[in-house]
Design a protein around this ligand. Structure first.
Ligand SMILES: CC(C)(COP(=O)(O)OP(=O)(O)OC[C@H]1O[C@@H](n2cnc3c(N)ncnc32)[C@H](O)[C@@H]1OP(=O)(O)O)[C@@H](O)C(=O)NCCC(=O)NCCS
Length: 163
């Protein structure tokens, strides 16, 4: 079941992000990886600017995704599924939910250039790698320069809503 999350969920969300982010260890540049990958104060800041949706199983969150409209685009932020629940369709269900909510023409997602599995995941859902990633990251994201240098942006155009 997918549901919107609130402040009471931040503890579980923090666990999901930090457990799932272990996939980056030894893959993304070493100076970009640390544990906890997202400390609670940072998560609280992120939660204040976007909506998190969670996948709940038996009263427990096992996956989450962030949805952040910014001006004329919508950003997918922080998609994470607990390691033992990955590759079972949860990420796809969460991404499909966010796609369904999007009212802008373009949905963008940024991810580490080295996270090839994440790039494939988004490509499977109709996203394509964009050549102007750096400019897009500067325009729509608020992330450190080092993260910009080591990230890519994928985008998906959305059809206008039917009359
Ligand atoms: C990326 C992620 C959110 C996808 O969620 P998920 O529930 O595992 O995804 P789904 O089961 O819906 O889709 C699986 C597809 O994603 C890709 N994928 C996900 N994890 C993968 C992995 N470890 N290795 C290779 N491909 C992977 C594959 O294309 C896979 O399809 P396949 O199983 O048919 O090969 C999840 O795997 C995750 O949390 N990964 C670690 C953190 C991360 O990379 N987050 C992305 C931040 S932008």
């Amino acid at each position: 079941m997918i549901r919107p999350c609130d402040a009471r969920d931040l503890g579980e969300i923090c666990t999901i992000i930090n457990d799932a982010a272990a996939a980056y260890h030894g893959v993304i540049p070493a100076d970009c990886y640390h544990q906890p990958y997202m400390p609670m104060p940072e998560l609280q800041r992120e939660a204040s600017r976007m909506t998190f949706f969670g996948w709940e199983d038996d009263g427990r969150l096992t996956g989450m995704i962030g949805y952040e409209p910014v001006r004329d685009v919508t950003l997918v932020r922080h998609a994470y599924v607990l390691p033992d629940r990955q590759r079972q369709g949860i990420g796809s269900a969460l991404l499909g939910h966010v796609i369904g909510l999007t009212t802008t023409d373009r949905l963008l997602v940024g991810t580490w250039a080295d996270a090839t599995w994440a790039i494939r995941f988004y490509q499977k859902h109709g996203f394509r790698l964009l050549p102007d990633g750096d400019a897009l990251l500067r325009t729509y994201w608020d992330i450190p320069a080092r993260q910009r240098e080591t990230s890519v942006v994928l985008g998906r155009e959305l059809p206008p809503p039917s009359p």
